[in-house]
Design a protein around this ligand. Structure first.
Ligand code: ADE
Ligand code: ZN
Length: 333
């Protein structure tokens, strides 16, 4: 039995493998700025977050129809379920699609249908999180929120904040997050990926988020680390992403160990697995090897994911029981 895992930080658009990108380009008669799959994959050599985002947004040009979004979601769930994924809370970037003229209903309906297939075929429970692009004006975020909720309020569980970080602090989006809370949505935000701990504090204190996505820069601030531990604020850490985007020099230096030692509710996730060399299970294996984590520590990370998730109490109990069973058997990550 593989360790049962949650994934609380995955951008569905970041699961677009080059092979599927070219298949969709053909189906939709869209030109990609690369001759073939190998050339596209060869471009996955990033200097920082922005150099990745430039390619990430360019490749999305192939995603046009409801069926495309369903195919993308099903392909992700199939691969991740093969690595023990049991529960996924999936981000999507509506503004990256509506800005290209794609119908927002097609995006939400397509992803939702894919998540439903994931529940039926692989028993993966899930939630959907609408992310605002922080490099666009807050008015665009507000408009996107209202539009999405008028189309499919039933399909949206929470809101998040992503894209270029430095220069776009969380407080720019205070009114949008206040509105999201009024609409009954849960709140998370990317903070402290490349930007300093002050961004994490703003996300907590101004936006009122319940989880911090990434948050790795908290490692330089002992007072913040003890606050995160005391308040049991989850961090959704993405180890392979941090190496590929040069947020950390190498995995052996990753702050995951410091977070564990400080008692922070840290979780392991993949971010954009098609671009960063691995799905959620690959991330567990990579940190196990680089940081010499024991089976007990891997199980602890998986339990943190369950605690930090929005799964129902009944589902959480099921997932905890499955992790206990894995630990007593001592099986592969
Ligand atoms: N969008 C997709 N991946 C992201 C990341 N790692 N940081 C910010 N925005 C993103
Ligand atoms: Zn992310």
């Amino acid at each position: 039995m593989t360790l049962p895992k949650t994934e609380l930080h995955v951008h569905i658009e970041g699961t677009l493998e080059p092979e599927l990108a070219f298949a969709l380009a053909g189906r939709n008669r869209v030109d990609l700025p690369f001759p073939d799959v190998d050339a596209l994959r060869a471009a996955y050599d990033f200097d920082d977050l922005q150099s990745f985002l430039d390619l990430y947004y360019a490749t999305m040009a192939v995603l046009l129809t409801e069926r495309d979004f369903t195919d993308l979601t099903v392909a992700y769930l199939e691969r991740a379920a093969g690595q023990g994924l049991a529960h996924a809370e999936v981000f999507f970037d509506p503004q990256a699609h509506t800005s290209r003229g794609v119908d927002l209903a097609a995006v939400i309906d397509g992803i939702s249908a894919g998540l439903e297939i994931g529940r039926e075929r692989w028993g993966v429970s899930s939630a959907l999180i609408l992310c605002f692009l922080r490099n666009l004006p807050a008015e665009s975020a507000m408009q996107t929120l209202e539009q999405a909720m008028s189309i499919r309020a039933d399909a949206i569980d929470g809101v998040g904040l992503d894209s270029s970080e430095v220069g776009f602090p969380p407080s720019l989006f205070d009114a949008v997050f206040a509105r999201a809370a009024q609409l009954g949505l849960r709140k998370v935000a990317h903070a402290g990926e490349e930007a300093p701990p002050a961004y994490i504090l703003e996300a907590l204190d101004v936006l009122g988020v319940e989880r911090i996505d990434h948050g790795v820069q908290a490692v330089v601030d002992p007072a913040l680390l003890s606050r995160l531990a005391d308040e049991r604020t989850p961090l959704t850490v993405c180890p392979l992403s941090n190496v590929r985007l040069r947020v950390v020099d190498d995995l052996a230096q990753h702050p995951l160990r410091a977070f564990l030692e400080a008692g922070v509710l840290v979780t392991v996730n993949s971010d954009d697995p098609a671009y960063f060399g691995g799905y959620v299970g690959d991330n567990y294996v990579a940190v196990r090897d680089a940081l010499a984590l024991t089976d007990a520590q891997l199980a602890h990370l998986a339990r943190n994911g369950v605690e930090a998730s929005w799964a129902t109490a009944e589902r959480k109990a099921e997932l905890h029981a499955a992790i206990d069973a894995w630990e007593s058997d001592g099986r592969p990550a």
